[in-house]
Design a protein around this ligand. Structure first.
Ligand code: HEC
Ligand code: HEC
Ligand code: HEC
Ligand code: HEC
Ligand code: HEC
Length: 216
């Protein structure tokens, strides 16, 4: 019987379908957000107790990563500098600056500066810095242009597919050992592959692809 129901109800089933589709998409997006680490991690940039800038110290002053992250080429852990590292310069430079108060306190009390760790792999993943650094994998690929950061952020996903992307074709990334800490090293992609293949070959490079390689 036409005219009993207002005209808009003809649209109702459609609206419901559309509504459900949107809700479904939202749930999927929500789950995706929860389960896909790259969205939760990339860009993570906690406020640190001291506004330490890699751009000032690495790019402008030319400091080497290893001065402060001494573990990178010998252990799984890169490590952070203790206050005495900073005070080597800052007992003179910016000696009374309030921004450095937590560093001076740490010197006095011996309690480390409460830096917030940004990168962390889950316990069921085995990761080792030196195994990468000593083979010619630069910090760049996993951490971005830290040398230019005012504040460190989580720059790369460091997810399983991210790790595997390089393990499948390391030649696209490998560089001479003396360029590992030079994040701005200029590579043209064609030369990279050629040179990388040579490095992979001469180094007999076999990054693990099997599950037990990274889940031990
Ligand atoms: C003068 C000391 C110093 C030098 C040199 C230095 N860093 Fe750092 N780095 C720090 C400090 C302090 C932190 C912790 C505070 C922060 O995150 O900014 C840090 C944090 C980091 C982090 C994040 C660690 C985390 O919490 O997950 C990365 C990655 C990093 N540095 C890489 C580099 C690289 C790559 C270089 C060389 C290009 C470098 N650093 C040189 C002092 C230094
Ligand atoms: C090799 C010497 C040296 C070391 C080691 C050093 N700094 Fe500096 N730092 C400087 C100089 C030089 C400046 C620039 C001073 C200025 O702006 O007048 C500076 C600036 C700073 C500033 C002011 C903000 C900025 O970026 O200009 C902070 C905060 C700071 N440093 C923290 C640290 C911390 C924390 C450490 C240890 C992890 C550290 N520094 C290690 C030399 C050093
Ligand atoms: C192949 C990838 C990769 C490369 C290359 C790499 N890192 Fe890392 N880095 C990671 C991962 C993954 C973590 C988190 C490890 C964990 O769970 O503690 C991390 C954590 C860190 C941390 C904080 C925790 C720690 O180990 O002290 C610092 C500092 C750091 N990296 C510095 C560096 C520097 C400096 C370089 C280059 C000399 C570098 N990394 C090269 C993947 C990498
Ligand atoms: C940009 C390239 C690259 C990335 C990204 C990368 N790897 Fe590797 N990985 C290598 C190379 C090269 C080796 C050395 C292979 C060799 O020595 O034969 C290696 C070796 C390893 C090894 C073997 C170390 C040992 O001591 O046996 C493990 C485990 C590993 N990687 C885990 C990871 C994990 C976990 C990630 C991600 C968080 C990751 N890698 C990301 C290139 C990479
Ligand atoms: C190159 C290193 C590497 C290899 C090889 C690897 N994984 Fe992973 N895997 C990772 C990393 C890193 C993570 C952690 C991702 C994150 O941070 O959430 C992970 C996470 C996982 C997870 C947790 C769910 C997820 O996707 O985050 C499962 C399940 C898993 N791996 C199974 C496997 C299986 C099965 C294999 C063999 C077919 C395998 N992995 C091989 C590095 C690796």
């Amino acid at each position: 019987m036409p005219g009993v129901f207002p005209k808009w109800t003809n649209q109702l089933p459609l609206n419901i379908a559309a509504g459900l589709a949107i809700a479904g998409a939202a749930v999927a997006a929500g789950l995706g957000y929860y389960f896909t680490p790259k969205y939760t991690r990339v860009g993570y940039q906690p406020i640190q107790p001291v506004p330490y800038s890699h751009a000032t110290h690495v790019e402008q002053l030319g400091m080497d990563c290893r001065y402060c992250h001494a573990g990178v080429e010998r252990s799984w852990f890169a490590g952070l500098p203790d206050a005495s590292r900073c005070m080597n310069c800052h007992h003179q430079v910016l000696a009374g600056d309030p921004r450095l108060a937590p560093v001076r306190d740490s010197m006095q009390t011996g309690a480390p500066v409460a830096w917030i760790q940004i990168h962390r792999t889950p316990d069921y993943v085995y990761f080792h810095h030196a195994a990468h650094i000593r083979r010619g994998v630069s910090c760049l690929h996993c951490h971005g242009r830290v040398d230019q950061f005012e504040e460190v952020r989580h720059d790369q996903p460091l997810s399983m597919s991210f790790c595997l992307e390089c393990h499948r074709r390391p030649e696209a990334y490998l560089r001479p050992l003396d360029q590992v800490y030079n994040l701005g090293w200029n590579t043209d992609p064609a030369r990279q592959n050629e040179q990388g293949r040579l490095l992979a070959l001469t180094g007999d490079m076999r990054p693990p692809l099997s599950c037990s390689g990274c889940h031990r």
